[in-house]
Structure formats: C-alpha cells, structure tokens
Write a protein that binds this ligand. Structure first.
Ligand code: CDP
Ligand code: MG
Length: 704
C-alpha cells in the first residue's frame, strides 16, 4: 500500500503523550469560508470540510496503526469523508469492504445516502447500508457499508473474525451505546487474531482518550508499520472544526414545564432575532408532537411583519420524506424550527442552525434489575451533552444557545458525563450474543465499562428460564443457538420457536414483525376518539397480539393499500416496515428449518406460543380490584393494563404482557389473555409450585 505523504506537503508532527500513545496534533487554523449558501459542486464542498486537511494524516495513521481514534466536532466530515478516503486509498480493493457503524438506524440511512450522492453512485451498489430487517448492499459490489453496531454484532455470528472487512470504523463511540461497547470489546479480541484489520474509532468528545487506552495492547509492541504488522499503540488525531462562538444563556429561575418554556423561547427568537434556523432539543415523539402543535397554533397569530416559521419534527422513525425536508436547505426568507430528539446532538448534521434551545433532558434507558423493569425515561442530560447541544448553534456563524435550566444547576448539579448504556440496560440480549460468539466467561470479558452484577445475574436467570442456557450457563442446543440466531428479544424469539411446534408460525411471525415497529397506529393529536373507534373494528377479545393479526389481515386483503390504512388510522409506513420485517424473519425461520404453518382460527395456539416466550411476564388480576390492579407473578408488583390496549377495562383474570412502561403507574403494553394452566405446561421449571398452590392468587410460593 502506498504511503500518503505527498512530496511538498507539510509532514505531520507526531507527538508522544505522557502515556506513550501517539498523539497527532494538527491545527486547521487557516481560514475556511463556507458560511451560508450551498454550493452545487459536491467536490468543492468536500474540500471545505475540516477533515479534508487531515486526509493524508488520517490515511497515514490508519496504515501504520491498528487503531486510530479520530476526535472531531459534529459536522467536521468524519462520517461521510473518512470511509471515502479509505476507499480512494485502496482499502476496499481485492474484494474487501470498509464498514462504518452508527448507533442509530436513521443516521445509517442518511449518511449512506449522502455518501452515495457524493460518489455519484446508486445507493446499494458501491455504497450501501444494512439495518435490522433491511439490507441495501450488493455482494461483491459494495465497497463502503454503513450499518448499525447491532447489525455488526450479528454479523459476527456468521463470521466471527469479520473477515470481509479491511477497516471497521466505529462511529459516534462517545455515545457509549450498549452495542458499541460490546462491539469494541469484541474488536479488541479480533485484532489479536487479525493484525491486518484496521479500526477507526470516531468520537465527538474526549471520551476518545479512555477508548484509546482501552485499545492499548498489554505488551508494548511497535510493529514494522507494514500492512500485516501495524503499531498496536492507538493513535489519536483531533480534527479541529471551524466552530464559531456560541453565547450561552440560562434561565434565571428553574422552569416547571420545559415544553412550554421551549415553545415560548422559540417564539421569542423568531420575533426578535436575526436570520438563522432554530434547533430545539426535547426528549421524544410525544413532547415533540405537542411542541409542534403549540408552535403551529402560535404561528397563526403572527402578524404580517413576522416572517414565516417552518416548524419541523425530527426523530427516529420519521417517514423518509419528512426527514429529507428537515435536512434540506431552508427556503429563502423563511426560518426553520426543528424540534428534535437527541438524534441531532451528534448523529446528524443540520446546516444553518444558529439558535439552540436545550431542554436539559433526553429519553434514556434505565433498567432496574430488582424489579426487572427497563424503561425509557426522561432524565437530565450530562454537561458533555449540553456542550454538544450548544455546539450545534455555531456551525455557520456565531450562535446562541438557550438553556432551559439555571447556570447554578449546570455548574453544580449536572453530572459531568453520562452513564454508559451498558450500565443502565437489561443484559439479556447482550449475554445471549456473547454466548453465541463462544464467550463463556462473560464476567471476565474485557468490558469498556463493567455491567452491574445484579443485571448480569438477572439476565442469566431469564435465559436459563427460557431454556436458552443450561446448568453450566452454556447455550442449549438447538434452542439456545436458534434463539440467538433470530434478531429479536429472546422472549419473542422463543415464542417463534414455540409457534413452530404449535402450528401457528405464520401468525407468530406477523406478531413479531408488528412488535418490532414502534406503532402501527397513526397518532393524531385531538383525534384520540376516532383512533379508539378505528381500533375497535379490529379489536380481539383475546388481546392486542390477536388484534394485530386482524389489522395485518385487513391490510393484505386491501391489497396493501395506503388508502385503506388512512381510513382505518393505520400507519402505512409502519405496515410497510412490518412487511419487510416479516419477510426477513421468514427467511431466518426457514434457515432454522422451521415449517411455516398457519393455525387459521385456532387463536389459542397463538396465545400459547406467546406464553411460551413471555411466561415470566404473567400477571393475574387482584381479587376485588375495581381499578384493574394486577400483580406480576414473578415479583408481585402492582401493574395495570395500558389504556391503549384493547383489554383496557376488560381486565381478564390472567394475562401476559410484552413490555412495561412506567408513568404515574406501571402499565402493561400489548397484553394477551391466557389460561394459567399453560404456564406450567410451557415452563414447568419456572412455575414448579404453581400446580400445588392450585393457581391461587397467592404468589408467595412461586419459585423462579
Ligand atoms: O461525522 P461528522 O459529524 O464529523 O460530519 P459528517 O456527518 O460527515 O458531515 C459532513 C458534512 O456533510 C456536513 O457539512 C453535513 O452537512 C454534510 N452532510 C449532508 O449534507 N447530508 C448528510 N446526510 C450528512 C452530512
Ligand atoms: Mg458523524
């Protein structure tokens, strides 16, 4: 492979830092004048990105070091440019592929599309992407492949050394998503077996330092720098962006309602401040929709002198057309207000943002191993996140950030850094994947951040009860290996396997596909009543899962019509995703040797199959409970049926649920009615005392 120092260019200055790691300093102080305005010339746009000046340096480091950590501000070109540089330098020659992972699906699609555009190729050919249930690549043709780190993890099951990749870029590593952490741990192992593999780890913050030291080999080994024996010391390179100053404003008194505070701040900016788009960080689809509606209402009362405000929403799962609109340039004379989740913090680059409104919150996963509940809750962000958010305002010119919390809170109360997702999630999927990769000593695994022992024990218990792990905590054969093969939560995978024996696999695959999309219903604010009525047309007395089957059947009978969907408040885009997911699951099932079969009207078989996967989520109605209070069998907690369920207020005696959400109470979402005798039938070891207690409502003597 060629060296990348061209004669006449400035040689990079390599500086050893105190720990012996090679740090490469580079200051891109020379002026780059991008500013507003969009050039049609993609090539000149590419050259203006801060990362461009480091192209040779990055290629030099990748060639000579097994691991290169690239730190750089959002928008500096890390994601879109580095894979292209690697491709131009020949890393995808000879049938090799350059991989670039993202924690988020939306980011995978959006950057793949952008890179394909820049290279002037059709998406799915030289440049492609893979997310769960969607593979847009061509074998033997695709050279740059974007994928979620979850998908990369799955690929290791078929190809443990990831041998088709010459370079793997783990992007957005600072996010410390659970899959990123696992992938980094595994890549460190793979590197020992494949010295020719190169890793590029990119991060928006100095989190990079701890990641680099994680990759530092135990033995100091300086390779010869040739392709097969690179230096194992990680290199760190920092891309200095052209970030402009951002003026930070705090509220004087704590706000009680961040949503309203965000809305009034947007209105204030729009009325008082000069041109420039506004980016608002809220937490999730619900509060985003609410804010969009409030803003649109306010905008009605603007007088003529106030310019037009385009209120847009941004979150994962947004239909493609809307997403494109968010990313496209603002029409002249108008101002965009983009109301977003955390996704705009670092994953996506939005051009033209001058004002940022930061609620100080994001939706985060929290898992409590004691109650075994994992919830997405609205929680305060860290100072590192707050700084990232503010930085979004300074991309095109000096900007302003409005923090909806006090300076005192920022300085004294906010935690400096977030907790890695690994330490606040259920580990069931993580454990099964590591086991499937032959890593038996999970506690001894080289973790970037150690998971909690309680969460680990709980995960082992769940997998043991599902008969996925045996007494020695090894994957059972075939069940354990089959469950690991299906890209779903192990409980759902287990239900699919059970459906094979119960003769209802067609139905179970449909249910699994529906459960893997966010919601198949259209949620329109203020139209709750119509939605409830529409749901009623499909409602099944047996529960939500059976209701899904009715919707799916109706959709197929309509010829997959979007008109039909609209009429019935069914989300057409979601249904299309269901079809794709089902198709993929179908293929997986066939690979596992399942015979697809329909049970026609024998819905009992379907409910039994669900029970076989979700028996640990069994609940019974409290006797004399007028308000529909249930107790979970395993932990005797109070839970209620969620108002969105078709079984809300129906309250059958025994149910199993798919998931729990906590708001004012713990609500079961997606509930199905069961017969308690099935519990003993499908999981005798789990409910060994159930029979002796004669299915009484006492749960004290249930063994787990
Ligand atoms: O990864 P990093 O945040 O460093 O930057 P990037 O995502 O590679 O973005 C580099 C440039 O490409 C930015 O100026 C973006 O505006 C542009 N870009 C785009 O126009 N469309 C995309 N889907 C992604 C990036
Ligand atoms: Mg990026």
């Amino acid at each position: 492979m060629a060296k990348f120092w061209k004669p006449g260019t400035e040689k990079p200055r390599l500086v050893e830092d105190e720990d012996g790691g090679v740090v490469f300093f580079y200051s891109s102080s020379s002026s780059s004048s991008s500013g507003f305005g969009y050039s049609n010339n993609i090539e000149s746009q590419r050259r203006r990105l801060p990362v461009y000046k480091l192209k040779d340096a990055i290629l030099f480091l990748v060639e000579n070091h097994a691991t290169t950590v690239v730190v750089g501000e959002t928008g500096s070109g890390k994601t879109t440019q580095i894979p292209q540089y690697l491709n131009e330098a020949g890393w995808a020659d000879g049938g090799h592929v350059i991989a670039c992972t993202q924690p988020r699906r939306l980011a995978v699609q959006s950057v793949a599309l952008r890179v394909a555009e820049e290279m002037g190729v059709r998406l799915g050919e030289e440049v492609g992407y893979v997310i769960r249930f969607e593979d847009v690549t061509t074998l033997g043709v695709t050279r740059i492949k974007f994928l979620t780190d979850g998908v990369l993890l799955r690929e290791m099951m078929d190809d443990p050394l990831l041998s088709k990749y010459s370079v793997i870029m783990i992007d957005e590593a600072h996010e410390r998503s659970i899959s990123t952490d696992i992938v980094l741990g595994l890549l460190k192992k793979i590197q020992r077996r494949r010295p020719e593999l190169r890793l590029v780890i990119s991060s928006a913050t100095i989190e990079a330092k701890s990641i680099a030291s994680f990759f530092r080999g135990s033995k100091k080994h300086r390779g010869t720098g040739d392709k097969l024996e690179p230096n194992t010391e990680p290199a760190i390179i920092s891309v200095e962006g052209r970030g402009f100053n951002v003026e930070i404003n705090y509220v004087q008194e704590p706000v009680s309602d961040y949503l309203r505070a965000a809305v009034s701040t947007v209105i204030m900016i729009h009325k008082q401040k000069t041109v420039g788009d506004i980016l608002v960080f809220l937490t999730g689809q619900d509060d985003i929709e609410a804010a969009v509606q409030l803003l649109n209402e306010e905008a009605q009362s603007f007088d003529k002198s106030t310019g037009e405000l385009l209120v847009l929403r941004l979150y994962s799962g947004l239909p493609r057309t809307e997403q494109d609109f968010v990313l496209s340039p603002t029409p002249r004379g108008k101002r965009k207000a983009i109301i977003s989740t955390n996704i705009a913090e670092t994953s996506l680059t939005l051009e033209g943002i001058v004002y940022v409104v930061d609620s100080g919150f994001s939706k985060q996963r929290f898992y409590d191993p004691m109650s075994d509940i994992e919830n997405l809750v609205v929680a305060p962000i860290s100072r590192a996140s707050a700084r990232q958010r503010a930085g979004r305002a300074g991309r095109v010119r000096p900007g302003k950030c409005y923090r909806l919390y006090t300076e005192e809170y920022y300085v004294n109360k906010m935690s400096a850094e977030g907790i890695p997702e690994m330490q606040r999630s259920t580990l069931v999927s993580c454990v099964i994947q590591l086991k499937a990769l032959g890593i038996d000593n999970i506690l001894g695994f080289d973790w970037l951040a150690s998971p909690s022992p309680e969460a680990m024990i709980r995960a082992l218990e769940v997998l043991y009860s599902l008969n996925v792990l045996d007494d020695d905590a090894k994957l059972t054969s075939p069940t354990g290996f089959q469950v690991a093969e299906i890209p779903l939560d192990p409980m759902l995978s287990k239900a699919i396997l059970a459906s094979n024996e119960l003769g209802c696999s067609e139905e179970m695959l449909t249910i699994a596909a529906v459960l893997s999309v966010q919601s198949i219903w259209i949620s329109v604010r203020g139209a709750q009543k119509q939605l409830d009525e529409a749901k009623l047309r499909f409602a099944a007395a047996e529960g939500d899962h059976v209701t899904f089957l009715n919707v799916y059947k109706g959709f197929l009978q309509s010829g997959k019509s979007s008109k039909w969907c609209q009429k019935h408040f069914v989300n057409y885009h979601a249904m299309k995703k269901v079809l794709e997911a089902r198709e993929q699951l179908n293929r997986t099932a066939q690979r596992l040797g399942m015979m697809l079969k329909s049970c026609d009207r024998d819905i009992q078989a379907v409910r039994k199959a669900i029970t076989a996967g979700f028996f640990a989520n069994a609940c019974h109605l409290e006797a004399y409970s007028h308000e529909g209070k249930y107790k979970t069998v395993r932990t005797s907690q109070d839970v209620y049926i969620h108002p969105s369920s078709v079984l809300f207020r129906v309250n059958p005696k025994w149910v199993v649920y798919h998931s729990l959400v906590s708001t004012d109470r713990r609500y079961m979402r997606n509930v199905v009615k069961i017969d308690p005798s099935w519990l003993v039938e499908v999981a005798p070891h789990f409910f060994q005392f159930l029979e002796t207690s004669k299915l009484s409502n006492s749960t004290s003597d249930f063994a787990v």
